[in-house]
Design a protein around this ligand. Sequence first.
Ligand code: GLY
Length: 128
Amino acid sequence: MADAAEELLQLTAKLLKSIATKDWATYQELCDPSLTAFEPEAKGQLVVGLDFHRWYFNLAGNPGHHLTTMSAPKVRLMGDVAVVAYVRLNQRVSADGTPVTTAVEETRIWQRQDGRWKHVHFHRSPVP
Ligand code: GLY
């Protein structure tokens, strides 16, 4: 169980890195095609599938100097399903050179499919 929890933390870190670096191939590889999501960008709508997310990966621009941190992550294993919850800290440099940190709450659900963990749902909210 400790091994599975560690694997899920590593997979989630890999997923976050793929988002930060616009690495679509890795994001797609980690996600189930029917991924569902609530995130602020969707304005209260449940997003189904990957097209909505791919649009952001295709935006022009270099991510620049940045750091993504999963703060105090917790993993809950329930057989072939797992919940990974944490606060994501994003550090970046604004256009005028000022360091900026943002924080969001994230819950990500993974399902073991044919022996491999796939990301099947997430919910992101701003930290109040
Ligand atoms: N918006 C993509 C993700 O957070 O997984």
